[in-house]
Write a protein that binds this ligand. Structure first.
Ligand SMILES: Cc1ncc(COP(=O)(O)O)c(C=O)c1O
Length: 392
């Protein structure tokens, strides 16, 4: 075989995927000393102790085997109880819940199970970097609907309606939102739900940050009513709420008619989610509540610090009510978001992510994660002040 880059062997779908805009910045910052990273989208907390211990206990008890494809029955039951208690929405643990390798796998399953080539998927942006890529991998067509800071980055039902074509199959909803920290109100979500009903569309609701809200009550879309539940795939996770990113555990819940499709792919590609992580997740649901409250209180303290700090520097930042991100506008620096992030990293060793990495509407903003220690955020703000004094 001739020596070559191998590129011509890649499928067209894979060849069209752009490398994630986030990775590039991590690669640069990995080569530098003394970097304060506001770039990373994961909790700085270690997984709470009782959850860690549940994982260790599971291993010591010899729980080292596959579980049933959809996950341990006790875990599926615990997820069903959790959703019923928190949001009043019911799922049958036998047929309507599958434990997955994080929400990432649940996203992949949902797109692969529901999309045919050419199907259009409406994606409000800015959004988590994987949505568009997952749609493309499944042969679908992402249709981005940018939201705006002036509207608190909330969903705009009118614009969703205007984007619907005969090829539209799904609408993505992801609140609390990565990267903006926006949340969605019950009234707006109800309007989007009505649109989905009227146009016979499926809703995919990524609620991975559901517990990380500040002075706001999270609205779980499938809990709105039974008609909505019957056309929604709910993606839920442990990574953010319980600081469990490395365990790789999450779930999808939805009506049996849709979940059956997800399960068919899951059983051939994954078999079952990691057994240790399933046992740890069970403990998180049983006894993790106090830890969630403690972490939310600390995120809230940091949120107030970073939002007021950024605004003071002229980096206008609307008040995020969820997740752990601030999304300031950086026009006062006179730079675009790529140059801002690159210069800030090189000159002041502070890593943030350019907003355009998150799709249309993100240009001119940067994502600053406050899932990092309070003192580090204070230091980052001092460095950013120096930076803005030079460039603002
Ligand atoms: C909105 C959103 N969904 C899903 C994920 C993936 O989460 P998991 O670790 O459960 O795969 C992330 C991770 O950053 C995210 O921000």
């Amino acid at each position: 075989m001739q020596k070559n880059s191998g590129r011509q062997y890649l499928s067209k779908r894979v060849a069209t995927l752009k490398p994630s805009g986030i990775r590039r910045f991590f690669d640069i910052s990995a080569t530098m000393k003394d970097v304060i990273s506001l770039g990373i989208g994961e909790p700085d907390f270690t997984t709470p102790k009782s959850i860690l211990e549940a994982g260790i206990r599971s291993l010591n008890l010899g729980e080292t085997h596959y579980t049933s494809n959809s996950g341990k029955q006790e875990l599926r039951q615990a997820i069903a109880n959790h959703l019923l208690e928190l949001y009043g929405v019911g799922y049958d643990p036998e047929t309507e819940i599958v434990a997955t390798v994080g929400v990432s796998e649940a996203l992949y399953l949902t797109m692969t199970a529901l999309l045919d080539p050419g199907d259009e998927v409406i994606i409000p942006t800015p959004c988590f970097v994987s949505y568009q890529a997952e749609v493309l991998l499944a042969g679908g067509v992402p249709v981005e609907i940018p939201s705006r800071m002036e509207d608190n980055f909330e969903l705009d039902p009118e614009r969703i309606l205007a984007a619907i074509t005969p090829r539209t199959k799904l609408i993505f909803v992801g609140y609390p939102n990565n990267p903006t920290g926006a949340v969605a109100s019950r009234a707006t979500l109800s309007q989007v739900a009505r649109i989905a009903e009227e146009h016979d569309l499926i809703l995919v609701s990524d609620e991975i940050y559901d517990r990380l809200v500040y002075d706001f009550q999270h609205v779980c879309i499938p809990a709105l009513d039974e008609n909505i539940r019957s056309r929604t795939v709910l993606l839920g996770g442990f990574s953010k709420d319980y600081a469990m990113t490395g365990w790789r555990i999450g779930y999808a819940a939805g009506p049996e008619s849709l979940l059956r499709g997800l399960m068919r792919i899951h059983q051939y590609t994954i078999m079952s989610a990691p057994t240790t992580a399933q046992d740890a997740a069970l403990e998180a649901l049983a006894n993790g509540e106090a830890s969630v409250h403690e972490m939310v209180a600390e995120y809230d303290r940091r949120r107030r610090l970073i939002v007021s700090g950024l605004n003071r520097l002229g980096l206008t930042c609307f008040e995020p009510k969820g997740a752990f991100y601030a999304f300031p506008k950086i026009s006062a620096s006179g730079m675009d978001d790529n140059s801002f992030a690159e210069k800030l990293l090189l000159e002041e060793h502070v890593a943030v992510v350019p907003g355009n990495a998150f799709g249309a509407g993100g240009e001119g903003f940067v994502r600053c994660s406050y899932a990092t220690a309070y003192e580090k955020i204070e230091e980052a703000l001092l460095r950013m002040e120096r930076f803005m004094n030079r460039h603002g």
